[in-house]
Design a protein around this ligand. Structure first.
Ligand SMILES: C[S@@+](CC[C@H](N)C(=O)[O-])C[C@H]1O[C@@H](n2cnc3c(N)ncnc32)[C@H](O)[C@@H]1O
Length: 261
């Protein structure tokens, strides 16, 4: 089980990713005042809080995540926000799943962790109001930064690390989504986000946290890190800047539940 500190590790890939996510929310999720939104796989809750701001006091946001420690960080970080709550849940089981509750189900960086994607899409369909939509970003493959990080820093764990990811192609995701009853509005690739880390420890914590502790920080020695840094710019500041390679893409899916009324 992760410690609180490791859950915080997942917050350490700072500004550029948050800005990119904000742009995605504004341009693709497009929440309206009064919307009821489920953030499915909310992690430590920063985007749930942003969504709560956008839907206003007449709206509501629920963040769910199966990871208790991340949830605890989310609950503690945003406890003053009245229209925002966090509970334990997953694509298999979340509040309102059977009752057509949500205007939007937002899910960022989650689907590639989910083994049973058919179940996930069926449950999202059931949880949405008619004309409600899902807005998801997911990976089809491991970005170069992760491949290098796992190879250079944790080669001994390579098989276990790879085994954690449940990648499916965009075509397969579209098929599963349509089979659950959705009409697909958009399915496309966008560039993976730039990642930046304040220090070597932040980088170690990020990999550790992102892999639920499977990445072993002890194996990521300074010698190995020095080799890894050679691949990335440190801008003379000690900050590690890891831009995506040209072929590092993530997939966007926007789909709507038909309005049968
Ligand atoms: C890369 S993090 C993204 C967190 C958050 N959406 C964000 O953008 O910061 C992936 C999250 O998915 C959660 N997760 C893994 N399997 C899940 C499932 N079956 N249902 C819901 N969330 C899941 C993990 O616990 C983790 O918090």
């Amino acid at each position: 089980m992760l410690s609180d500190k490791s859950a915080e590790g997942s917050q350490q890939n700072s500004t550029p990713i948050r800005e990119k996510v904000k742009q995605f929310v504004q341009n693709e999720v497009k929440p309206c005042k009064g919307d009821v939104i489920l953030d499915l796989g909310c992690g430590t809750g920063a985007v749930s809080a942003y969504l709560a701001e956008l839907v206003g006091q007449e709206g509501k946001v629920l963040g769910v995540d199966p990871d208790k420690q991340r949830l605890k960080v989310a609950q503690e970080s945003y406890k003053g926000i009245k229209n925002l709550s966090f509970v334990e849940g997953s694509t298999s089981n979340f509040p309102g799943m059977d009752s057509g509750t949500y205007d939007i189900i937002y899910s960022y960086g989650v689907l590639h962790w989910v083994q049973n994607k058919e179940e996930a899409f069926t449950n999202m369909f059931r949880g949405l109001k008619p004309a409600g939509k899902i807005a998801a970003v997911y990976g089809e493959h491991l970005p170069t930064f992760f491949v290098r990080g796992f190879r250079e820093l944790n080669a001994e764990n390579w098989d276990r690390l790879l085994d954690m990811f449940k990648f499916k192609s965009m075509a397969e995701i579209e098929r599963i989504c349509a089979a659950a009853g959705f009409s697909i509005l958009k399915s496309c690739h966008i560039q993976s986000p730039l990642l930046e880390f304040e220090s070597a420890d932040h980088l170690r914590s990020f990999f550790w946290s992102a892999t639920n502790g499977v990445f072993d920080r002890q194996l990521a020695t300074d010698t190995r890190l020095a080799r890894f840094y050679d691949l990335y710019s440190t801008e003379g500041s000690g900050k590690i800047r890891c831009p995506p390679e040209e072929n590092d893409l993530v997939s966007v899916l926007i789909a709507v539940k038909p309005d049968k009324a």
